[in-house]
Write a protein that binds this ligand. Structure first.
Ligand SMILES: [Zn+2]
Length: 223
């Protein structure tokens, strides 16, 4: 039965048959028209597949990597060429922006340890903006929750990433994998969006509605 399920999955989800990439000329995620693949098998059982092709819209070249861990977990595509940083769609305070951009540059370079370390640093900068008394990001995160700035879910999500507090530069510190770095970035993105984008949007909407109500209460002009 198990074999059948695996076979079925293989049949329905060919990993590299429809890769996509972000085309900077088209400024959107586009289909990568497949030209060729190369598999690089590592000694530890992990492997990397490289898919080369071109943009289905404008013909520009693209290269995507799939990194397979030795445990057989599903591989996530990563765009190697043209190299891209995740877009930042909203304004951030300068110190936060600086740390976050460096985190994204580490990610684009595939440096997972550096990504995790910089993600933690960015988290520390963020929580200190809102909870200056807290040194560690987990303490700061709880303070943000207590102040009503983030949801309980977001707080618990951050607590799941407590390993980030231990990832460091000493040789004895735990290492961070691609998966660790990816999860840290997903959380960081959600936190930044909540604190600097969604709350701001909500405030603007409140102000608009407030103005609307005041306008409605005002006496009507005779026509
Ligand atoms: Zn294109």
């Amino acid at each position: 039965m198990r074999g059948r399920v695996d076979f079925h999955r293989f049949e329905e989800e060919p990993m590299h048959r429809n890769p996509s990439f972000y085309c900077q000329a088209c400024r959107m995620q586009v289909q990568l028209v497949h030209h060729g693949e190369h598999k690089y098998q590592q000694q530890d059982g992990a492997s990397k597949d490289y898919v080369f092709g071109h943009c289905a819209r404008c013909n520009r070249v693209g290269l995507v990597e799939y990194e397979h861990e030795a445990d057989g977990a599903a591989a996530e595509p990563r765009q190697l060429w043209p190299s891209v940083l995740r877009p930042i769609d909203f304004e951030l305070p300068p110190r936060v922006m600086e740390a976050y951009q460096e985190t994204l540059r580490c990610e684009a370079a595939g440096a997972w340890m550096a990504t995790a370390v910089m993600a933690r640093r960015t988290l520390e900068v963020v929580v200190r903006e809102f909870a200056p008394d807290h040194e560690r990001f987990l303490d700061g995160l709880r303070a943000l929750y207590t102040k009503g700035l983030i949801s309980e879910e977001l707080c618990r999500w951050g607590e799941e990433l407590r390993f980030l507090g231990d990832v460091g530069v000493l040789p004895t510190d735990p290492k961070a994998s691609h998966q660790d770095a990816k999860e840290a970035l997903e959380f960081l993105g959600a936190l930044l969006e909540t604190l600097y984008h969604l709350r701001e949007k909500f405030r603007r909407m409140q102000a608009r509605r407030q103005r609307g109500r005041l306008g409605a209460d005002a006496p009507e002009r005779p026509s």
